[in-house]
Write a protein that binds this ligand. Structure first.
Ligand code: PLP
Length: 456
């Protein structure tokens, strides 16, 4: 008989700690002493129970190494010390509707008071309501939605649906792509740093240069020749983590044509660029073509509760009809998450967040044009569509310095997962004009400091 292990802590102590933790959740204000204790607790917990690396590795943080999130509202958030920041990072595309939008919070609270999670056995109405709304607003024949909770799960679902529909086991994605970090999605993600420790991943995955239609045509032609036609071509309409790369206008229509010719599933990853971000409800709308499978995440949650979705045409989905549990998840598309998703579409449509993204783009780009002339050796380019924007600096270190200076002046920005040479601007789509102008002025001051440090 093995030794019976005692718990590490007496349960009475743990119970007291849960009470302390719950008290902090209920608190809106803390005294200076409580704050100090809370910060030290959080430092201890991250160092010992989350990952000490997180306290070292934060691309955006300024001089306050323990800057802690506390409250958020609209296009701003407030740290524990009461400092208010303009949020131009937007949770990497998660806060299109802004923080705590009252319509979304209300719909979630209404559902929370009835039934937060479902039995997963009876029929839950919210899933149907949201799937219907999605079918009505998405282009082409997209009709059936499989709900999940994170972006990477939506991508896993997309890959499985494509394989089920075509019977094929090869996939094509692009250099610079980011599709998530679970095994299947990671196979499509392109950066070696994230892939190498886990190779070989999904066999038969190819990466082509992003935006190069001729290369793609040749690759698919060869894959057909050798009997390895892919189940899917997976693309981001604008690469996000890859540095906000907008492809040539003929690229996405070109993928559509290739997919029709070879009966390949066209899988759009709109987890970051969808839900109005680019000034279009879905970024693929810009090219006026419809994918066979559309993956959504981040902002479909109404910026409140995690939710993601894999939206399919009947052709892409019908393999799931005979056994709906062939691919399933217990909590994906639960009642509170779908309540948030329903309200997210209500807000995006009723408040014209696509139009707001287009207006915001104009003001930001005007400001960036001025800064480009003012700091020529430091700030070398800007690009993007809607409020999916990026500024390119001469190198990653100086880009990072600008982010750091901006954070000290209460503007949150971030680099991409590839590097900090590209700094993204992805604020809530309802960011006020006053905050856009303030953000540009903070960028002006921050770039001025870095410019004088290195070039004067
Ligand atoms: C384009 C894209 N696809 C997939 C993902 C993965 O989403 P998640 O982090 O929710 O798993 C991300 C996340 O940044 C993304 O930007």
């Amino acid at each position: 008989m093995g030794e019976i292990k005692m718990p590490r802590k007496n349960f009475d102590e743990v119970l007291k700690y849960t009470e302390y933790a719950m008290r902090t959740t209920a608190q809106k204000e803390m005294t200076a002493k409580e704050k100090e204790f809370f910060i030290n607790e959080t430092r201890h917990n991250f160092n010992n129970h989350i990952n000490p690396g997180f306290l070292e590795y934060r691309k955006s943080a300024g001089d306050d190494e323990m800057a802690m999130e506390w409250m958020a509202n609209g296009d701003t958030f407030t740290d524990l010390h009461g400092k208010e920041y303009i949020d131009c990072l937007g949770g990497f595309g998660s806060f299109n509707c802004g923080h705590r939008h009252p319509i979304i919070v209300k719909n979630v609270m209404n559902q929370l008071e009835k039934q937060p999670l479902s039995s997963a056995e009876l029929i839950d109405a919210n899933r149907g309501l949201l799937a219907r709304i999605i079918a009505d607003v998405t282009p082409g024949d997209l009709q059936y939605t499989f709900f999940t909770s994170s972006g990477t799960e939506a991508m896993e679902s997309g890959l499985k649906m494509a394989t089920l529909a075509t019977g094929r086991h090869y996939y094509v994605a692009f250099k610079g792509d980011f599709h998530g970090k679970t095994m299947g999605a990671l196979s499509m993600t392109s950066k070696a740093h994230y892939r190498e420790p886990f190779l070989p991943l999904l066999q038969g995955t190819r990466h082509a240069p992003f935006g190069d239609l001729e290369y793609l045509k040749k690759l698919i032609d060869i894959m057909e020749y050798v009997g390895e036609l892919p189940a899917a071509i997976i693309y981001e309409p604008i690469q996000g983590e890859g540095g906000v790369i907008v492809p040539p206008d003929d690229f996405i229509p070109g993928i559509r044509e290739i997919c029709i010719k070879y009966d390949i599933m066209m899988v759009a990853d709109e987890i970051q660029v969808g839900m109005g971000r680019t000034g279009y409800l879905f970024a693929t709308d810009y090219s006026d073509v419809a994918p066979d499978i559309l993956c959504l995440g981040k902002s479909i949650s109404g910026s409140v509760i995690p939710l993601s979705a894999c939206v399919c045409t009947e052709r892409a989905f019908r393999g799931m009809f005979p056994d709906p549990l062939l691919h399933s998840t217990t909590t994906g598309g639960n009642p509170i998450a779908t309540a948030a998703g329903i309200a997210a579409f209500n807000v995006i449509l009723s408040e014209d967040l696509c139009g707001k993204a287009q207006k915001g783009e104009k003001i930001f780009k005007e400001g960036m044009g001025v800064l480009l002339k003012k700091y020529p050796k430091l700030f070398v380019d800007f690009r993007g569509r809607g409020l999916m924007l990026a500024m390119e600096f001469c190198d990653g270190d100086k880009g990072y310095e600008v982010v750091h200076e901006a954070f000290n002046r209460r503007l949150l920005l971030s680099g991409s997962l590839i590097n900090a040479r590209t700094i993204r601007i992805e604020p809530p789509l309802n960011i006020t004009e006053a905050h856009i102008k303030e953000a540009i002025e903070i960028l002006n001051v921050s770039m001025g400091i870095v410019y004088n440090r290195h070039f004067n």
